[in-house]
Design a protein around this ligand. Structure first.
Ligand SMILES: *[C@@H]1O[C@H](CO)[C@@H](O)[C@H](O)[C@H]1NC(C)=O
Ligand SMILES: *[C@@H]1O[C@H](CO)[C@@H](O)[C@H](O)[C@H]1NC(C)=O
Length: 402
C-alpha cells in the first residue's frame, strides 16, 4: 500500500468510527426524547399519574357523562375496586320489599383476573376498566331485568345497559358486553360479559384431540374466547383487594385460553419501564469502562474517548430502568466496534473489551425477565399455541373464520 492509500484508508476508518459514535449518541438522545413525556419508572409513579397519561389504554373505557378526567390512576383503581365489588354484590343481592332475589354469581375475568393472579390478589396497576362475567343460564333463570339490577345497585351507580344477552348498544365490539355499569362519582365502568356452552362448535373442537371436552365460550366475543368448562366451573370464592369475590375454578387455565399461556407483564412498556432494574454492578462496570477509555487515550486522540464517556454518562443521567440497560448495551457495542476499527483510540482496549463482555453478561441477566417473556410469546404464538389458530376476516360487520 502506498502511503497515500494508507492515509485514505485511515481516514475512512476514522470516519466510520466517528459515524458509529455519533449514531449511538443520537440513539440515546432519541430514546430520551421519545420517552420523556411518558416514561413511568415505578408503580408509585404510575399510580400518581393522571388517568389521561398516554400509556394508559383509556380509550372508551369510561362513561362520558360522569367522567372526571382529573383523577389520578390511584383514584381510578380505588373507584374500580369499589365498582367491581358493588356490581358483583348488586347482581347477587336480595332486593328489599317485594323485589326479586337476583342471585347471579358474577366472577372476575380478563384484566381484573390477571391482576388477581399476578399482582397479589389486587388490581392490574394500569387497568382502566373493570370486567365481570356471569353465566347465561343463571341470568335467565333469575329473570333479572335492567330495572331490578339498577334498584339493587343503588344511587351511586348508573346501569347503562343490562340483559342476559346484549339488548342495547350492541354494535360491533359492544355486542359482547351484555351489561355496563358506570360509577357516577368518577365515570369508571364495569363491563359484564355472558358465558355459556358453545352455541356452535368450532371446527377444531370437533377434532379427536378436543372432541371429549365440554367447550364453553364468552357469548358474542369478537376474539373467539372459548375454553373447557372445567377452567371456569365450579366458581370459587377468593379475595380481591381485600374483599370476597368469585373467580373461575382455574384462573390460569381460564386466562390462557383468552390470552395465551404467557401471562407475565408485557415487555413494552411495563416490564422494561417498571420491572427491569439495572444492578449496582452494572454501574460499577460502566465506571470502570469509562476509566479505561480515559486512561487509554493519548495525545490528540482525546476526543473519541470523551465522546464515548459523555454518551454513556448522558444515558445514565437521562434514562432509567430497562431503557438505561438497553442503551448502555447498545452503546458498548458501538464503542467496541469503533475501537476495533481504530485501535489507536485506546491503548487499553483489551481491558475495555473484557469489561464490555462482563457488562453484557450482567445486562442480559437483568433483562432475563424480558427475554423469557418474549421467548414465551414466540413459543406460544408459533410453536405450541394454546389452541389452533383461525384467521378471522371481518368486512362490513360480517366475520369469517378460516
Ligand atoms: C405525586 O404527585 C404529586 C403532585 O403532582 C407530587 O408532589 C409527588 O411528589 C408525586 N409522588 C411521586 C411518588 O411521584
Ligand atoms: C375529580 O377528581 C379530583 C381528584 O380526585 C377531585 O379533586 C375533584 O373534586 C373531582 N371532580 C368532580 C367534579 O368530582
Amino acid at each position: 500500500m502506498s502511503s497515500k492509500d494508507r492515509a485514505m484508508s485511515s481516514f475512512r476508518t476514522r470516519l466510520c468510527s466517528y459515524v458509529l459514535l455519533l449514531l449511538s449518541c443520537a440513539l440515546v438522545c432519541a430514546l430520551y426524547l421519545g420517552t420523556k413525556e411518558m416514561a413511568l419508572y415505578s408503580e408509585e409513579e404510575l399510580l400518581n399519574a393522571s388517568v389521561l397519561h398516554p400509556l394508559f389504554n383509556t380509550e372508551e373505557h369510561f362513561a362520558a357523562q360522569y367522567w372526571n378526567a382529573s383523577l389520578r390512576q390511584r383514584e381510578r383503581l380505588d373507584a374500580l375496586t369499589e365498582a367491581v365489588h358493588r356490581t358483583a354484590a348488586g347482581l347477587r343481592a336480595q332486593l328489599g320489599g317485594r323485589g326479586r332475589r337476583l342471585g347471579i354469581n358474577a366472577f372476575l375475568e380478563s384484566a381484573g383476573l390477571i391482576g388477581w393472579l399476578r399482582h397479589h390478589r389486587s388490581q392490574l396497576p394500569w387497568d382502566s376498566d373493570g370486567d365481570l362475567g356471569i353465566l347465561a343460564e343463571e341470568c335467565r333463570s333469575s329473570g333479572a331485568t335492567k330495572q331490578d339490577f339498577a334498584r339493587s345497585l343503588g344511587d351511586d351507580f348508573s346501569v347503562l345497559k343490562f340483559a342476559c344477552a346484549c339488548e342495547e348498544d350492541c354494535e360491533g365490539d359492544n355486542r359482547r358486553m351484555a351489561g355496563r355499569v358506570a360509577h357516577k362519582k368518577t365515570g369508571v365502568c364495569i363491563d359484564i360479559f355472558v358465558y355459556a356452552p358453545v352455541a356452535k362448535q368450532r371446527h377444531w373442537q370437533k377434532t379427536s384431540k378436543y372432541s371429549q371436552i365440554d367447550w364453553w365460550e364468552r357469548v358474542d366475543d369478537h376474539a373467539d374466547f372459548t375454553f373447557p368448562k372445567e377452567a371456569l366451573l365450579p366458581l370459587q370464592e377468593e379475595r380481591f383487594v381485600e374483599q370476597a369475590i368469585m373467580i373461575p375454578a382455574n384462573p390460569r387455565e381460564f386466562l390462557s385460553w383468552e390470552y395465551g399461556r404467557c401471562l407475565g407483564a408485557h415487555v413494552w412498556p411495563w416490564r422494561l419501564l417498571l420491572y427491569t432494574d439495572p444492578s449496582e454492578a452494572l454501574h460499577l462496570i460502566l465506571t470502570a469502562k469509562g476509566a479505561m477509555l480515559l486512561l487509554g487515550t493519548s495525545g490528540l486522540n482525546i476526543l473519541p474517548g470523551f465522546l464515548l464517556l459523555g454518551c454513556t454518562t448522558a444515558a445514565t443521567l437521562l434514562l432509567r430502568k430497562g431503557l438505561l440497560l438497553l442503551s448502555v448495551l447498545l452503546l458498548s457495542l458501538c464503542e467496541s466496534l469503533a475501537l476495533l476499527l481504530r485501535p489507536d483510540w485506546c491503548s487499553l482496549r483489551r481491558m475495555h473489551l473484557a469489561l464490555v463482555v462482563v457488562l453484557w453478561a450482567v445486562g442480559l441477566q437483568a433483562l432475563q425477565g424480558c427475554i423469557d417473556q418474549l421467548w414465551c410469546q414466540v413459543d406460544d404464538f408459533y410453536f405450541s399455541p394454546r389452541r389452533p389458530k383461525s384467521w378471522t376476516l371481518c368486512l362490513l360487520g360480517h366475520c369469517w373464520d378460516f
